[in-house]
Design a binder for this molecule. Structure first.
Ligand code: PMP
Length: 455
């Protein structure tokens, strides 16, 4: 028995071996499709990490609807991954599908706005509290653009991020702490970016480290998730957000809050639920109901800089460094408007959060029954379990609490029983179509898996 995480490593090995064999037996068509795709795509997938699930090869899907997936081998799954938040409002949401198909027949992309732009801007302002908004195609892009504005506004180069963060493939953020020193993110080529020049990295919840890192007043912005969600969940300690805001204001550093995952907290995100006051706000993935889109909001002051910087210069061609040809197009706007006005409702969130509570209760009961040193955390509609008795205080601690083989074993076991968690951590997300019996299905499969691992 491992004292550290409460599971017998021998049982873990046996379970992994057996579940891998079971997966292989029952996913022959996926295997064949993977072999075929390997002929034209590196690693046999359109995006490399699709091949990183804990399965011997990816599951190839034939459909997705509501909270469910079906694969080419005829299996179906309750989907708690929901495209790692991209499908947080359900697959093939009928309202989004209708808006999108209407717009597909009325033109998708033109280089000009539609009436939906006004409605989307107004609703974003009302919902999230910042008065001005721009669109991007992904949260990664939105973060890059927010950092660019912060640099223009402050005349400073550096961005401060937190150890264990993920904000997309933004070059400046590809760093990690090792023995207290910032190093290039293991596994990510530095891409010729000198992160010593562009980046400061500290642990989340460490007010002193933050104070020190911003004291030279050479940091343009802090880019932060309000609770970290990409190394397990690291909640903000009481008072941390007040300190973060006070120190950033005092040192003339802009504060960018990235709500791409924490939008699970409620219809106005963590920001509205906790009264945060960011200078900029980023949200991608789910915001257009699964159509690629991201938004970034800004204060009137930041918007003034943005307007000045991007202003028309006679009839010259201007490349300001923001955008993407397809950003903010008619299709995106139609999907965004419908998602905001009709899908991301108070009622939908109330339902999703209640289901997440039920999910968390189930997990906690199983953990308690076996006296395991594990815990779970909930952010509205999102639940995460981790192999430590309490929530990690920062990204460094969260990384130490992870047990990748155990994680893989649980994921495989659940997947073989028709339950899908988000890979690379133990995250489950509820969508408006998730039901109580879906949640109970997870609880039963999780209970079965844990019983095997400890007995
Ligand atoms: N911000 C956060 C907090 C994220 O978790 C992610 C992706 N997991 C991103 C930004 C990047 O999103 P995308 O890959 O859609 O650009």
């Amino acid at each position: 028995m491992s004292e550290q995480y409460g599971v017998d490593p021998q049982f873990l090995d046996a379970l992994l071996e057996r579940e891998t064999a079971r997966f292989e037996r029952t996913h022959q068509r996926s295997k064949k499709l993977h072999e075929r795709t390997e002929g034209s795509m590196p690693r046999g997938v359109p995006l490399h990490w699709m091949a990183n699930w804990p399965t011997p090869h990816p599951v190839y899907l034939s459909g997705a609807e509501g909270a469910y997936l079906t694969d080419v081998d005829g299996k179906s799954y309750v989907d708690f991954c929901l495209g790692d938040t991209g499908a947080m409002f359900g697959h093939a949401n009928p309202l989004v599908a209708e808006a999108v198909s209407r717009q597909v027949h009325a033109g998708t992309t033109t280089m000009l706005p539609t009436e939906d732009a006004a409605a989307v801007g107004e609703e974003l302002s009302r919902r999230f509290g910042l008065p001005y908004w721009q669109l991007a195609t992904s949260a990664t892009d939105a973060n890059r653009f927010a950092i660019r504005i912060a640099r223009i506004a402050t005349g400073r180069d550096k961005v401060l991020v937190f150890n264990g963060k993920y904000h997309g493939s933004v070059d400046e953020t590809q760093v990690a702490l090792q023995d207290g020193r910032m190093v290039p993110q293991p596994g990510v080529a530095p891409n010729a970016v000198d992160t010593d020049r562009t980046t400061r990295l500290v642990e989340f919840n460490d007010v002193d480290a933050l104070e020190q890192a911003l004291s030279e007043r050479d940091v343009a912005c802090v880019l932060a998730e309000p609770a970290m969600t990409n190394v397990g969940v690291v909640p903000a300690e009481p008072g941390y957000h007040d300190a973060l805001r006070e120190i950033t204001r005092r040192t003339g550093t802009l504060l960018i809050i990235d709500e791409t995952h924490t939008i699970s907290t409620g219809p106005g995100g963590y920001t509205r639920a906790h009264g945060l006051q960011p200078d900029m706000f980023v949200l991608g993935k789910s915001i257009a109901g699964g159509i690629p889109a991201a938004v970034y909001g800004m204060t009137a002051e930041v918007a003034e800089t943005f307007e000045r910087y991007t202003a028309k210069d006679g009839h010259r061609i201007s490349h300001a460094g923001f955008g993407g040809t397809l950003a903010g197009n008619a299709l995106t706007l139609a999907a965004l408007r419908t998602t905001l006005e009709e899908v991301m409702t108070e009622e939908a969130y109330a339902r999703m959060s209640a289901l997440a509570e039920r999910f968390e209760r189930g997990v906690t009961e199983v953990i308690g029954k076996h006296g395991l040193p594990w815990h779970s955390t909930r952010l509205g509609a999102r639940v995460e379990y981790l192999f430590s008795a309490r929530a990690p205080r920062d990204g460094g601690e969260a990384k130490r609490f992870r047990v990748p083989r155990l994680e893989a074993a649980i994921h495989l076991h659940l997947l073989n029983r028709g339950v899908l968690l988000t890979p690379f951590h133990n995250m489950a997300l509820m969508c408006p179509a998730t039901t109580e019996s879906d949640v109970d299905r997870h609880t039963a499969a999780f209970a079965e898996c844990v019983a095997e691992l400890v007995s």
